[in-house]
Design a protein around this ligand. Structure first.
Ligand SMILES: [Zn+2]
Length: 61
C-alpha cells in the first residue's frame, strides 16, 4: 500500500491516490496525462512511488 499526492511533486493540485504500487503508478500516470498534460513513463513513476515505500517493503517487491 502506497500513497501519492500530486502536490508533493510541486503541482497545485489536490489529487491523491492510494493502493498497491501497480495501481498507483497506473492511476497517477493517467492523472498526469489527463490533468497536467505531462507524459511520464511508467518506469519513472514507478521509481518515484518506490521512494515512498518503507525500506523493508522494497525487498519484497
Ligand atoms: Zn495533479
Amino acid at each position: 500500500m502506497v500513497n501519492i499526492r500530486c502536490e508533493d511533486y510541486g503541482f497545485d493540485c489536490d489529487y491523491s491516490l492510494d493502493g498497491d504500487v501497480d495501481s498507483v503508478v497506473y492511476g497517477y500516470q493517467s492523472h498526469m496525462t489527463d490533468e497536467h498534460g505531462i507524459d511520464y513513463s511508467s518506469e519513472t513513476l514507478c521509481k518515484t512511488v518506490m521512494k515512498k515505500l518503507p525500506k523493508q517493503v522494497h525487498t519484497n517487491i
